[in-house]
Design a protein around this ligand. Sequence first.
Ligand code: ACO
Length: 279
Amino acid sequence: MTTERKEEDTVAYTVENGIAWVSFNRPEKRNCMSPKLNRQMMRVLDKLEFDDEVGVLVLTGEGSAWSAGMDLKEYFREMEALGLGGTRQAQRESYGWWRRLRWYQKPTIAMVNGWCFGGGYGPLYACDLAFAAEEAQFGLSEINWGILPGGGATKVATDLMPMRKAMYHAMMGENIDGKTAVEWGLVNEALPLAKLKDRVTAVANVLLEKNPVALKATKDAVRRVGEMTYDNAEDYLIRAQEAANSYDNTGRKEGIKQFIDDKTYKPGLGAYDKSKQQG
Ligand code: ACO
């Protein structure tokens, strides 16, 4: 199959045991992001975000790639040919779903199975956690074809990596493997590809045990406070917890009760039993 793949077939997903497995689905094009794929991904994210069957979303890729970045033909050349309006539309569609993913209601995990280039750093960063195959290859290849790492990719590199690593990565256009991506801060862990899905499933299962309101408040807080002064962060975190209480006023009380009164768990060693929570 070539570029004729239908828009609705550019993203695949299944939901199993609380986990939504969402895949970039253009393996024949190394899952590079075309306008069609970007539009379809937004639809899929929309559909899954408030689905009660979904507790965690995993973003992965079909075939040998996670994503080979933006589609140089369909995203750049063909949209640029439509003029500034075309370029801006393409940007809105891609940046739009990355932004949606950064602030997604559910916890998100990037499961990087293979190639991850350029624009792929947008969704990589958007996911709360990232696990990679040791065999995966990460690169800011923009410099190799004559542009700067845009679409947020430079920001991702400088947010996640020390300055010297980010500079080397952006200027040299060399790839790094999964283990180096861990050392440089791009992903949490790297494992042999054959073990990647089991590890991601185990992590997702831990997240499924946690209070979902607290998880959303926590992931947003981690992203927000980095830009704040200590005092602003302190204040934000008070307000964020109080806002979370308005969605779930019983969870933390149950958490305290099961530890202090029932003595059925220890918060230092795991999560309270959500199934016993009233209301
Ligand atoms: N844009 C458009 N088409 C692409 C892209 C892309 N980013 N990546 C792969 N393809 C296409 C190829 O043109 C080829 O199409 P064809 O079958 O019609 O000839 C098909 O996908 C398969 O690609 P190959 O290069 O044959 O696959 P291979 O496994 O040998 O190499 C690799 C994989 C290394 C990922 C290579 O495809 C590549 O370098 N892709 C570009 C990576 C890149 O620099 N992306 C842009 C980053 S910058 C940005 O995102 C802003």
